[in-house]
Design a protein around this ligand. Structure first.
Ligand code: G3I
Length: 397
């Protein structure tokens, strides 16, 4: 009797092992973590994983993988260029909504959220505007009206379709600018004074009460000296604290996250501390434009793995620092990369002396790089008790 029972148990066990071995990886309807997309893995933390989208690449029938990966890997999209002023209003009074509307439709189809980028920035302004100001045909009062009108028109056009707006982008100088003491820089501060920042948020809120309104900048991943004259994070912190204290409807701070492996790098807890300090002001945070570039030395360009491997590893480590910090801070709502493939990245076109590159998650042939696997592993391994789902942010009235 005993022996018979063991024979039966043994037979069942053997049959079970046999079945398990022949089961596909997705047994029980759940693909193995490593086979899941970034967007699926992010959702366990309520974290949206986003990418900037190059509309020419999205629409290129010869490059189908680009479109396929935007839809499958990401739960949030940002227009890399087509929502900028020069694209939306190339001729005064004539708006070209086509490409931006196309991105919104694509996002809807793919169940993605949209970060609106960007309402007020000193770059990629239309020629009619900068020329008009330069030749005096547009005076200060008119310029302020033009800005209010632009924000109102654009935010109303996309009303209800944008999750987070980058309302003001890169308003603060860097220590290498002249004068070196940090200050409000660029076209808008020069012509309207720093008050334009508060105005822009008020105008945006009036046009869409439900979108989250962000200030967005680079080099604000971690605090430095604590002196706002040379610590950009401190300068931005003081600025948004003042804005909150005076009732300006700002909901979040976007940290762009453009890093380079050749620089001194931050550690995770330093970055998490900065996110928490912004969070303590009642603000949401987000990484909005992450990429980690490297110098393309002659060795790298010749394919020398001794030179390439450390760069790929350092790039992955920096992605991980930003993502882990974001996971740890429950106010950090999204993690967006500024392009996901080296085939379409702004880096080589921008940094060409010395040349830089290798900044994204996939190589030029859409092969996932170490950075991709590391980001994925971070999303897999994070969890309670220290990593908990995001705290939803309500727009400030
Ligand atoms: O549209 C013209 C096209 O007609 C022309 O043939 C071509 C020739 O070079 O240029 C095209 O314009 C380029 C535009 O991207 C659209 O592709 C500009 O030259 C080029 O300078 C512009 O670069 C963009 C850059 O912002 C401009 O400031 C990058 O693609 C874009 O990734 C980058 O994004 C910014 C964020 O908005 C803000 N934070 C920094 C980030 C990186 O600079």
């Amino acid at each position: 009797m005993k022996l018979r029972r063991w024979i039966v148990v043994g037979a069942v066990a053997l049959a079970t092992v046999g079945t398990l071995n022949s089961l596909p990886a997705s047994a029980g309807g759940q693909p193995r973590p490593a086979d899941q997309s970034l967007r699926a893995l992010g959702m366990r933390h309520d974290l949206y994983i986003g990418t900037a989208v190059d509309m020419a690449a999205l629409n290129d029938p010869a490059d189908p993988q680009y479109r396929q990966l935007v839809g499958s890997q990401f739960s949030s999209v940002t227009a890399e260029n087509v929502m900028k002023w020069e694209s939306l209003e190339p001729t005064r009074g004539t708006y070209n909504w086509g490409p931006a509307d196309q991105l919104i439709a694509y996002a809807k189809q793919n169940n993605q959220r949209v970060r609106g980028h960007v309402l007020v920035w000193h770059n990629q302004l239309p020629g009619w505007l900068t020329t008009g100001v330069a030749d005096g045909s547009i005076d200060t009062a008119e310029l302020r009206d033009i800005l209010r009108n632009h924000i109102t028109t654009v935010v109303k056009h996309f009303k209800g379709k944008i999750w987070q707006w980058d309302v003001v982008n890169e308003a603060v100088s860097d220590p290498w600018d002249n004068p070196p003491a940090l200050h409000y820089k660029g076209f808008w501060a020069q012509h309207l004074g720093p008050g334009y920042v508060a105005d822009a948020f008020r105008w945006a809120r009036a046009a869409d009460p439900n979108a989250l309104l962000f200030y967005n900048d680079y080099n604000i991943e971690a605090f430095g000296s604590g002196n706002p004259a040379d610590d950009k994070t401190q300068f931005v912190y003081d600025m948004v604290k003042r804005l909150r204290a005076t009732g300006v409807p700002i909901d979040g701070v976007g940290s762009q996250g453009h890093l380079g492996t050749q620089y001194g790098n931050y550690d995770t807890l330093q970055v998490a501390d900065a996110l928490e300090r912004f969070g303590d002001l009642g603000l949401a945070t987000a990484f909005t434009e992450v990429d980690v570039r490297s110098q393309m030395t002659p060795g790298v360009q010749a394919g020398d793995s001794n030179e390439i491997n450390p760069r790929l590893q350092a790039s992955a480590a920096n992605y991980s620092v930003l993502l882990q910090a974001c996971l740890l801070s429950r106010h950090c709502l999204s993690f967006t990369v500024w392009g996901f493939t080296d085939r379409h990245s702004w880096i080589p076109g921008w940094f060409d002396n010395p040349p830089e590159g290798l900044a994204t998650l996939y190589d030029e042939n859409y092969q996932p790089k170490r950075a991709y696997q590391t980001v994925k592993a971070d999303l897999i391994f994070a969890g309670a008790p220290h990593v908990l789902p995001r705290i939803p942010q309500k727009p400030r009235r």
